[in-house]
Design a protein around this ligand. Sequence first.
Ligand code: C6P
Length: 406
Amino acid sequence: MPSWSNVRADFPALNQNVGGKPLVYLDNAATTQRPQAVIDALDRFYRHDNANVHRGLHALSMRATDAYEGARARVAKFLNAAAPEEIVFTRGTTESINLVAGSWATANLRPGDAILLTEAEHHSNLVPWQLAAKRTGASLRFVPVLGDEGRLDLAALDRLLTKEVKLFAFTHVSNTLGTINPAAELCAKARKVGAISVVDAAQSVGHLPLDVRALGCDFLAFSGHKRGGPTGIGGLYGRRELLDAMPPWQGGGGMINHVDWQESRWKPSPERHEAGTPNIADAIALGAACDYLDALGRDKIAAHDRELAELAYERLSRLPGIRLLGPARGRSSLVSFAFSDIHAHDIVTFADEDGVALRGGHHCNQPLMRKLGLTGTTRASFYVYNTAQEIEVLAASLERILRFFR
Ligand code: C6P
């Protein structure tokens, strides 16, 4: 049973030195570390239960199928979906958004329709819609973000959300600004004009308590690896009637009821959208990550994240010449900043000498960076195992870097 008092001990990769210094891992928005419970779930599956799912009648295949479908039910419970069938396993957020863009958007959008996005979207929630717009003749609209605080311009949103808008896709938490968008309010606004809502929850699932029915979203995309789960697994939550009405976006084994030479008929969701052998072991380990996070307590995780991010924002604001992005308070678990005289890649390289792992660059938000007049930022992002003391190590490292460059 995990507990906050020894949470770091649950994550083996944290227990190492980098360049002779204890590792301070602050690149959690890119990917978190995995707890032993997740590593054990992978190991157990491959040692004891490894077989393909939904196809075999032998003992191992039945055990693998039960564990895989059990993981789907576990993820559904984690998100408070109405049924396990509302969860489609995918490679992650990017693939989930591409699934909706490739299937729902292709089937439903026409010339004259509009797709509404925000200016703070990750490329994974922008490029698939650009492709869908090209295919269907729909246009793209963008809700502006206001200044460095990065909050959405809700007055502009009300003007942009006209009846032509058939789909509103937005990020719950910005991976560059740390802004938390009012997701339930945005979904309600979309519903009012009859638009489908798609929430990019890459940076919120496993950080904020999240309930898809309370949010009132139609689709929600997430990744396992940003919340203690394995890479290569994530999911798409979709309302069941939408998923069942959508055409398949990929064809292959496992998703059909009947195949003939010229035509085939599809299974209902979720199988319809999971062609081919799925990522069985990682889905099962994702279920183990849900158990781990629930045992820690999701309200407590959110409070811990927020406390560290606000502490970091306050501590770093004392560094001369720093430009901090995103709101000072009520922010998500990351702090993003820039210095006009030092490139983000130099900061990340020098911080690495102090054992501090950061990320520098455009964070897959190129248009937003251009709007902010930046080429990139440096980002420190936190998770359950990070501490206030590590923020002091980060601040000391940045002070050393400033002294070196100035
Ligand atoms: N952001 C970051 O360092 P995937 O790669 O499919 O797991 O997640 C894509 C994605 C989508 N939306 C948001 C808001 C994201 O932050 C990400 C991933 C990483 O910020 C890698 S660029």
